[in-house]
Ligand binder design. Structure first.
Ligand code: HEC
Ligand code: HEC
Length: 284
């Protein structure tokens, strides 16, 4: 990783409360879920990354205790959301008398889908997050009401779709028609926000491996979303995590489902191309 930026260090020390700089790289633990799903938590950085050689899952920066919770589905509280998602998968809703299952069949048939989202949708002429695609199915195919973008039903269904892709490599397309959205996301990633004037990169690219307060700073990857956080004891969405990180820089933040966060999600996902889909993951 890059050397510690002095200006940033003092900014963090003064205003965020960086308590002594302990450099602790990601640990060497390896992740196999239920003794059978091998998860790639470290990979050669995708070619578009200029300043990072290796990408790591956030799991590698967590304590052994937190890591252990994700290693067995019986211990992982995020799997309760997946269970609810399974019920929703076959529940008929809306004017057309359809369920997800009536068109998509067994949810296992959706293996690999989560790994390529956000994804360009040709018909709509837009990059869609998986939440947008699900709501489009609800509205146009089921005649049902859209779910709240970061609400429980949606997040449980996203967790379900993530769970059937676990172990498969994240592989979002960033070229072709998705490129301009990706570039917009990249620009946001490197923009300094708030009173602290910190960009995502200042923390997650320049300083991963270091400690901020008691927190071991990761690369801010999103291959593990939705993420069950021990701190708020629920599944957390990507956009809510972005919002929390930006708020921590004392900046006004973009809203959930905004074009800015959709673009940022595509960009941040692409920084983890090659890592495994891991959701629902467990973090502190
Ligand atoms: C009446 C049939 C129908 C129903 C019901 C339906 N879908 Fe879809 N779904 C489709 C079609 C058709 C597509 C491809 C749409 C496109 O490319 O624009 C699709 C695409 C998707 C995709 C993206 C697949 C990919 O490979 O990119 C996801 C995820 C998805 N649906 C989830 C759901 C969920 C979750 C539900 C239930 C809440 C649901 N769908 C209900 C027909 C349906
Ligand atoms: C002041 C430093 C700081 C900034 C700036 C910051 N973050 Fe974070 N972020 C953290 C800390 C601390 C955590 C919790 C420890 C960890 O997982 O890295 C975190 C966690 C995350 C996570 C969860 C990772 C996981 O494995 O679950 C994501 C995703 C994330 N940040 C993305 C972003 C994005 C995108 C931006 C820019 C909009 C950003 N962060 C800006 C400090 C920061």
């Amino acid at each position: 990783m890059n050397g510690f930026n002095g200006g940033l260090l003092s900014a963090l020390a003064l205003t965020v409360g960086l308590g002594g700089v302990a450099t602790a790289e990601p640990d060497d633990d390896s992740l196999t879920i239920n003794g059978e799903i091998a998860i790639v938590t470290e990979a050669a950085a995708p070619a578009h990354l200029e300043y990072v050689d290796t990408v790591y899952s956030g799991w590698r920066f967590r304590s052994d205790e937190t890591q252990a919770v994700q290693m067995d589905d019986f211990d992982n509280p995020g799997m309760l959301g997946v269970e609810l998602g399974i019920e929703q998968w076959s529940a008929v809703d809306g004017s057309e008398g359809e369920s997800c299952a009536s068109c998509h069949g067994d949810v296992e048939d959706m293996a690999g889908v989560k790994a390529v989202y956000p994804k360009w949708n040709e018909g709509a002429g837009e990059v869609r997050t998986i939440e947008m695609q699900i709501n489009d199915c609800r509205k146009t195919r089921m005649g049902a009401e859209e779910w709240k973008y970061n609400g429980g039903e949606m997040t449980n269904t996203v967790a379900l779709l993530a769970s059937v892709s676990r172990g498969l490599p994240v592989n979002v397309a960033i070229d072709g028609p998705a490129q301009s959205t990706w570039e917009k996301g990249k620009e946001i990633y490197y923009t300094r926000y708030g009173q602290l004037e910190l960009s995502c990169a200042n923390c997650h690219e320049d300083n991963y491996g270091n400690m901020i307060r008691a927190d071991h700073l990761s690369q801010g990857q999103i291959n593990g979303f939705p993420t069950y956080r021990l701190k708020n004891t629920k599944l957390n969405t990507v956009h809510d995590r972005f919002r929390g990180c930006i708020r921590d820089t004392r900046a006004h933040t973009f809203s959930v489902a905004s074009p800015e966060f959709i673009a940022l999600e595509l960009y941040v996902t692409s920084r983890g191309n090659g890592l495994s889909v891991e959701g629902p993951s467990v973090r502190n």
